[in-house]
Design a protein around this ligand. Structure first.
Ligand code: 2AM
Length: 188
């Protein structure tokens, strides 16, 4: 079985910038630069044959490239149970449209995607028992920080490998968006 999800990959320079924020928070498990992504649709465990179907459905995706603007720091979880630290993405109509188009393609292929509310974000770290003051300091220090906007010219199908050192995300295929220069790939 393969654990799959569809996401946008920020350009390498921006991922390096985001990974460079990995300081000053004991208890944080920072996401490595290569693994940073903005999830559009979490699919979960599928068989290799199902992954082929998914590849077909995503190859048929027709949606325009979108401009993505990151900014603002947020968390998931309440109080002591804060478990994720992230940088948000502007919830623009174009991004919401793309997310819905991906979800429709995945659903048409016969999958039931995770139905949590779309909160566009790039997870920077997983937290366990992070110090409240340090966390607030981190948020205060980065909340107003500007990041260069980027145009997402493709969506990427990722495979999540869960290891003892945390999750590692392997890009399997890129599906070009309209107006972008990338060629379509297939599931390896
Ligand atoms: P997160 O960044 O907010 O943790 C791979 O696991 C990606 O899919 C992560 O970015 C994760 O979001 C997202 N995701 C969405 N729903 C998930 C689920 N039910 N289980 C694991 N990851 C999920």
């Amino acid at each position: 079985m393969m654990r799959l999800f569809v996401a946008l990959a920020p350009p390498p320079e921006l991922r390096a910038t985001l990974a460079g924020m990995a300081l000053g928070l004991p208890g944080a498990r920072w996401v490595a630069a290569d693994n940073l992504h903005l999830t559009l649709c979490f699919i979960g465990e599928v068989s290799p044959a199902e992954a082929e179907d998914l590849d077909g459905a995503l190859s048929a995706l027709r949606a325009p490239a979108v401009e993505v603007r990151l900014g603002g720091i947020g968390t998931f979880g309440q109080g002591r149970r804060v478990h994720a630290l992230w940088v948000g993405a502007a919830r623009t109509p174009a991004l919401v449209h793309l997310q819905k188009a991906v979800e429709r393609a995945v659903t048409r292929a016969g999958f039931t995607p995770e139905r949590r509310k779309f909160t566009p974000h790039v997870t920077l770290a997983r937290l366990r028992g992070a110090d409240r003051g340090r966390l607030e300091g981190f948020i205060g220090g980065h909340n107003d920080r500007p990041f260069p906007a980027f145009t997402a010219e493709a969506v990427t199908l990722y495979r999540s490998h869960l290891t003892h050192d945390g999750a590692h995300y392997e890009p399997l295929a890129d599906y070009p968006l309209e107006g972008g220069p990338l060629e379509s790939g297939g599931v390896a």
